[in-house]
Design a protein. Structure first.
Lengths: 336, 507
């Protein structure tokens, strides 16, 4: 019977070869990230044709890249949350709060660049961690918990600054927004570093696997020995940290920390994830997706400016893009 | 001579990569119960989904009462008198019985105002016909599964169904609820309604059906009169080979060494449950659904909190606060519901198999992907999991192979104690036998197994000892070799009659 000779089925192509050769190509072409990359490429080609070399000039290109890198950094953070099946609405507010806190650390408390960065990052982590506690210990739905902290973070930022911008930032601090490393704007370098690290963690480490497991089926993950609460605490804290990095980089770029910064930016970051192929039901997504998603939105905004279409129309176009991108993804999945 | 109500001729249906149905023909007579059986993936559900308009067939013809019909949507199926009751009932728990019965075809006054009174009046009559004695304004969510099935039957009747298809209706019923359902089916038969009954449970099929049609690999391998057939014949037809014995004989691996000692476990449902497990034995847990067996296993494994009691592994008291603690002490747990708790359906075979043993194949938290692939491949071969590759997502596997993936996941942790809760639920005979054989092999290697099962034949065929539970307590213990179905039922029944008396006193 079957038991005695288990070799009847498995050997040859069935097992070892998957994940190599043709399998990889099929997986890449079939993946939603590939689709997003194609859309981005098509968009760039259209803009190159319609605007001449204006779009393609290295000056414009780097400026577009730098512009969307802030959104992309936030998107990386919230992407992990979305993979676990959660959502983080507090991003935009935490982004402003962290920027303001780093400004206060430098301007009021004279802690210098390092102190500013530390205080800013810590504020983001604290808010993220609080989100995580509300969601795991108090069992609040992520939407509600982060809706609350979204308002709290914004309110506190307004409150402690009295609404005034903080403009005397340290030179070293400003470097992360304004500087260049080997001719490449610092925020872009920052984005690439963060993306590589996060992607590595997500794909190669136990924690990364557990993040996918929690999003795929929380109960099964728990029964399999995954400490679900710890995983969730981590992803929300991480999301807060990413928001704070983006917030500080923006403050550094503008040379001013404002409590009004990043209003509605959580939606851009979440949209970037969705366009990039993450599923709001969890379990699916990667790091390249949200970056490409943010790139599509950045390029599109730039294109509208270059084509001298009024900025008032931007939001309508962005919304349409989200719907088109998700529809395309759904249709492809249905075909499978 | 009975009239033929349904004839399906030469039905073909392909899915990408699979020929699901291959030239299937089938007839149903008026007022008969036709059982449709076959292993998982044989095509039963696909065939019924074509009949009820969920799928469209590639080729073939369907005749109802001699007339050719064209079924292209669930609506067209119901309009010609075909209703289907699914395994997972699709009802709205927040709406009433009457509202569910008339879902999508509400009665209206002036075309738009919902006429609640008319619907409730008609629903009342229907509900009585199926023997459900509950007010029709009761919310569906507050009914038991058996009652909810009765509502579905009432709904089918309200649509003047000539043919009612039931897709594994008994898989989540208790024995008593099961009896009620059998009565309903008999009632339907008397009214001249034909029932197509899909089930894995052969004893039910013998109890209720007139004829049995067996499918295998998308083909109709034959139809037999129930009265002229026996279990052995049906199993052979289903698997296409003779299975001399489903349950492999014990290998005499049971020892007297106690591996697990459970003392006075209490939860909201369990009352002072104690038992012990010996090295190399299979300990069966029998009882009705809701007896507390699954709750006991959940408590031991740390899925649920216990309010009192102690667990000792190899004489050492252990504290289990979460599944992780149990795993660390060498316990593995294959839960009852593999889709809800056993597997991450969207993940690959590899990821599911290695989920519980990642720490063993990682260095500083970085997973060694080569080792991971090796582990997954090893278990795919060892357990004969039929999959195109370890990168296949588990939702594309059949039930039996999915279950083998769950078992593999726990074997990778090299447990001393393996808890199997309903290990063969919803899987086909061939895969069942493979799991039984594996269980014997594991005990021979010194593993101890706890098996919770609602299938008495499985409990009797596999257990070294049998513990009978009822109402959150242990009712008694029987030795495996001499236990009988009657002995188990007696232990349960003795208790429930007491319980009824008690309840009477309380009220």
């Amino acid at each position: 019977m079957k038991k005695e000779k288990p070799n009847t089925l498995p050997p040859e192509g069935a097992l070892g070869d998957v994940g190599k050769g043709g399998g990889v190509r099929k997986r890449i072409v079939g993946s939603s990230t590939f689709g997003v990359a194609i859309i981005l490429l098509a968009l760039c080609i259209i803009l190159t044709i319609t605007t001449g070399d204006k779009f393609l000039s290295s000056e414009n290109f780097l400026s577009v890249f730098r512009q969307f890198s802030f959104t992309a950094i936030m998107a990386i953070g919230v992407c992990l949350v979305i993979i676990t099946g959660g959502i983080d609405l507090s991003l935009g507010s935490v982004y402003a709060f962290s920027g303001v806190m780093s400004g206060i650390a430098m301007h009021w408390w004279n802690l210098g660049t390092a102190g500013g960065l530390a205080v800013g990052a810590l504020s983001g982590i604290c808010f993220g961690f609080a989100n995580g506690l509300f969601i795991t210990k108090l069992q609040l739905p992520p939407f509600i918990a982060t809706l609350g902290t979204m308002s709290i973070a914004r309110g506190v930022a307004h409150g402690i600054t009295g609404g005034y911008p903080i403009s005397k930032l340290e030179r070293g601090f400003k470097f992360i927004g304004q500087g260049y490393i080997a001719g490449i704007p610092a925020p872009i370098v920052l984005l690439v570093i963060l993306a590589v690290i996060t992607s590595f963690c997500l794909r190669k480490t136990i924690l990364g696997r557990h993040i996918y497991a929690v999003g795929g089926n929380e109960e099964a993950a728990r029964v399999s020995g995954v400490r679900v609460d710890r995983v969730k605490l981590f992803v929300y804290a991480f999301s807060g940290l990413m928001a704070s990095i983006a917030g500080m980089a923006t403050a550094a770029r503008l040379g001013v920390a404002q409590s009004t910064a990043g209003d509605g930016m959580e939606m851009d970051a979440i949209a970037a994830c969705i366009i990039g192929g993450a599923s709001v039901t969890g379990g699916v997504g990667n790091i390249l997706g949200p970056i490409l998603g943010a790139a599509i939105m950045g390029v599109l905004k730039n294109g509208l400016v270059l084509l001298s279409i009024s900025a008032y129309w931007q939001k309508a176009v962005m919304g349409a893009v989200i719907i088109i991108a998700v529809t395309a993804d759904c249709m492809r999945n249905r075909k499978k | 001579m009975q009239r033929e109500v349904l004839r399906m001729v030469g039905i073909n249906k392909s899915f990408p990569g699979v020929k699901a149905l291959n030239d299937i023909s089938l007839t149903v007579e008026e007022g008969e119960v036709l059982a449709l059986i076959g292993e998982n993936g044989a095509g039963k559900s696909t065939l019924m989904k074509i009949l009820s308009g969920v799928y469209t067939m590639d080729s073939g013809e369907i005749y109802v009462s001699g007339q050719p019909v064209h079924i292209d949507s669930p609506l067209s199926a119901t309009s010609i008198g075909i209703s289907i009751i699914y395994q997972e009932l699709n009802q709205m728990p927040n709406l009433s019985i009457a509202e569910n019965i008339f879902m999508g075809r509400e009665k209206a006054s002036f075309k738009f105002l919902s006429n609640k009174a008319a619907m409730e009046r008609e629903a009342e009559g229907l509900v009585k016909q199926v023997g459900l004695h509950v007010g029709v304004s009761t919310l569906i969510g507050s009914l038991s599964i058996a009652q909810r099935q009765m509502v579905e039957v009432a709904k089918a009747l309200s649509m003047n169904a000539k043919i009612i298809i039931m897709d594994e209706p008994t898989s989540s019923l208790t024995d008593r609820e099961n009896e009620i359902l059998m009565d309903i089916i008999r009632g339907l038969r008397e009214r001249g309604v034909s029932v197509v009954f899909i089930s894995h449970k052969l004893n039910e099929i013998f109890q209720i059906s007139d004829r049995i049609t067996v499918l295998r690999d998308g083909k109709n391998v034959g139809t037999v009169r129930t009265s002229e057939s026996d279990e052995q014949q049906l199993i052979e037809m289903m698997v296409g080979r003779s299975i001399a014995e489903i349950y492999p004989p014990p290998l005499g691996s049971k020892t007297e060494e106690t591996v697990l000692q459970v003392e006075n476990i209490c939860t909201s449902l369990l009352k002072n449950v104690s038992f012990s497990l010996q090295k190399g034995e299979i300990l069966g847990f029998s009882g009705l659904v809701g007896a507390g067996r699954t709750e006991l296993m959940n408590a031991i494994f740390g899925v649920d909190r216990m309010s009192g009691g102690a667990i000792m592994v190899e004489g050492q008291k252990i504290n289990v606060h979460c599944p992780n603690d149990a795993i660390d002490h060498g316990i593995g747990f294959v839960p009852e519901d593999r889709k809800l708790k056993g597997l991450i359906m969207g993940m690959t075979v590899r990821d599911n198999i290695t989920l519980a043993c990642l720490a063993m194949i990682s260095k500083k938290n970085v997973i060694n992907q080569k080792a991971e692939g090796g582990v997954a491949t090893e278990y795919v071969q060892k357990l004969n999991i039929k999959t195109p590759g370890i990168e296949q997502t588990v939702q594309n596997l059949s039930g039996g192979n999915q279950q083998k993936v769950v078992v593999s996941k726990w074997l990778t942790t090299r447990p001393k104690i393996l808890i199997l809760d309903e290990p063969t639920r919803g899987i086909d005979v061939g895969a069942k036998k493979e799991i039984y054989t594996l269980m014997r092999q594991l005990t021979a290697q010194g593993m101890s197994i706890i098996m919770v099962s609602s299938e008495l034949s499985e409990i009797l065929g596999m257990s070294d000892r049998i513990i009978v539970m009822h109402d959150g307590t242990v009712k008694g213990e029987l030795p495996g070799e001499s236990a009988t179905q009657q002995a188990i039922m007696q232990l349960i029944l003795k208790d429930s009659s007491q319980q009824v008396q008690q309840k009477g006193v309380e009220e």
